[in-house]
Every structure is written in structure tokens, then in C-alpha cells.
Design a protein around this ligand. Sequence first.
Ligand code: AMP
Ligand code: MG
Length: 418
Amino acid sequence: MATACHAAIPFRQMIPLHEAQEVVLAGCKPLTPVQVAYSDMTGRVLAQDVVATEDVPPFSNTAVDGYAVRAADSEQSPVELQVVDTLAAGAEPKIAVNAGEAIRIMTGAPMPSGADAVVMVEDTQRVGETHVLISRSAKVHDGVRDAGSDVRAGETVFVPGTVLNAAGVGVLASVNARTVRAFPRARVALLSTGDELVVDGSPLRIGQIRESNLTMLDSMIAATGCEVINLGVVRDDEAELERVFREVTERCDAIVTSGGVSMGDFDVVKAVLSKIATMQWMQMAIKPAKPFAFGQLQSSDGRTIPIFGLPGNPVSSLISYELLARPALRKMMGHTENLMRPAIHAVLDSPLKRKQDGKIHFMRVFGEFAEDGRLHVRDSGPQGSHQLASTAMANGLAQVPDGNGLQVGEHVPVYLLG
Ligand code: AMP
Ligand code: MG
């Protein structure tokens, strides 16, 4: 059974979102870079220059399937040449192309000596076993890819801070950078609190609800590029929570909690963290997700572990993860750009109703790019902080300024989610 916590915790006035974001970002430092296998680099940030040690491609080769020729021979096309060899990709040329000769050659095979152009097979016709008719003249270098034409040996292909996409990982492979120094994935411990939460699918008693945040946040944290240490639901018990926090601090880089950070009497996360961590309990001028906690725990080996205390209401949890935890985790993993998702100025296809209350409202919207090239959005359903179903139908968060809402045709900044 939870004990009521009446610890006197000083609450500040509501603060603007950007102030909370500044506090959180200032409290999260990039992790120490490590050696990473190139194959685990997708989406990760480099902490070193990558300099090619080899030419890519390593040798001059053919860009097409066809016939390697001397361009001068094809000038008077159509012309018949003698086929003296066949080269597959991976084969080593053994004989040269002399005047009046051609070599059948497949894409990627090294250019044989003597040849200076490749006529694509579509512009040729085989004549018996031994000859080929070249029906279109080739210029010197046609169909040829030079050694080093993608990357030159000695060239710097990537600088520190580069975020590697799928093509980037391909480049690491192509220049034989087997391991690189890069920012690690943050190991993020995740836990949910609340004695009312049922996780195991058993029938609900009065007062109980089904836990919905753990898997949702787990997938959001993983999508941020982190490793998740999912601790499940921890009971509203101070001693148990303290034990869990202390234990996981030793083996994680950050902690995300759901629930127990607002003004309730049984907000035990607040009671425990106030005791063992340096915390800031915030009330942000946004709706939903007004309560938010940020703090730091020290591990026994001297590391500072940031804690993101998200409110338990599912939509609030999602939105404060998105606006505060995600940018900070990205910073820890070496990102310097697009910590927040870029906001796109969208056109409203439905009104977004709200009341004036001194807060920015983040409203769930569904958006599509229309023929006018603009993002058009409409609200995705009811906007209460417990109404996750309408959030599941949304692909964006519209940032609606304080006031009486926006009308059809008005513009609104929208953060497109994933
Ligand atoms: P709290 O932030 O703990 O005060 O919880 C606020 C509201 O969110 C309460 O109605 C809780 O029952 C609900 N809630 C808290 N955690 C979860 C969760 N993990 N899944 C679903 N609802 C939750
Ligand atoms: Mg609770």
C-alpha cells in the first residue's frame, strides 16, 4: 500500500516550454564516444574523421553490360569486331583488346588493357560465335567508371558529427572502415508507476486500469536510437522505488519514468527522487503535459544520470517525451542538429478549438501533403490527456498558441511524428 507523501516540495510558477527545454538540455551531456562496428552505425553520430585508404571503385571498370572496344574502331559503325574473350565481374583481364577486337564484358568487370570504351549490349548484335556487330559508335570513356570516381584514397568522406544514414553505412563498408569512433546508444531505463495499473491482462477490479505507457514509451525510446532497459511497473512503494532507482543507475545512461510527478498525495516518484536525486519539479505552460520533472542521479562510478519524470496520463507522457526527453537523449547520443523535430507550417482543414488559459496547446492532428504542396491538417479526435485513441489516429502535434483557437484556412506549426 502506498504511503501518502506530504513532503514540502517547492513548486515554481508555470514556466514556458522553452525554459524547461533549456534546463533539460543543459543537464544532459553527450556520452563518451566508443568504437562501433560500421554495421551498427545506422542513425548514429560519428566522433571521428573517416578518411578513405583505398580508391572506390578500386579499378577502372565497366558501367554497363556490353563490349569493351577501342573507341576509334567504332567510329565507322556499323562495324564488325572479333570477340576475343569474356569478362565477368570479379574476373581478372588476361588479354588486351587490339585493333579490330572486342571483349564481351559484364557490369563491374575491370577494363581490359587496350580498350577505352564500352558499347552497351543493346547497341550490338552477335554475329556467330566469334564476331559482334557494333551498331553505334562510342566515344573514348563511354561506359567506363574510373578508379576513385566515387571516393579517392586519402579523401575525408565524413567529419565528426555526421549522422550516418543507410547510404552512409554503405560508404563505411566501401572504404573498409570496419570500426569507427562514434557516440554510443544511450541505455535508457524505463519504468512506470501506479498501484492502479494492471499489466498482465487479468480482469480489472474497481479502480484499476490497464497500463498503456510502458510499451508506447519503449518503442518511442527505441525509435530515438536508444537501448531500452524496460523495468516494467514498480509499485507505489518508496523503499522499492528507491532500490530500483539505485540499482539501475549503475547500468544505464538515463532514466525515464511515467507517473507520480504531479500534485497527487501518492506521487511517490516525487518523494523518492526528492530524497536521492537533484530534481526540478516543473509546471510548464503547455497542455497537455503540464507537470514534468527533470533531475540527475549520481552513479557510484561518478556518472551523472539524467532522469526524465513524465506524467502518467498517456497523452501527457507521449508529448513530454517528445518535447523534452527525446531532444535530450539525441544530444546525449551526439546529435547537434534537429534535436526537436522540425515544425512544418501547415494549413488547417478543421478548426482547432481551445480556451485561453496562458498555455500553448499541443493538439493531435492528422496531416497529409496536398496537391498545393502544403501540409494540410485536421484534428484527429478528442484532445483530453487520457484520450490515447485519438492520438493513435494522429501523425502530428499542432502547436496552438494561447487564445481562442484557430479557424479553417489558418496556419499552424506542426511537428510531424515519426
Ligand atoms: P499520475 O501521473 O501518476 O498522477 O497519473 C495520472 C493519470 O494517468 C491517472 O489517471 C493514472 O491512472 C494514469 N496513468 C498513470 N500511469 C499510467 C500508465 N502507465 N498507463 C495508463 N495510465 C496511466
Ligand atoms: Mg500515479
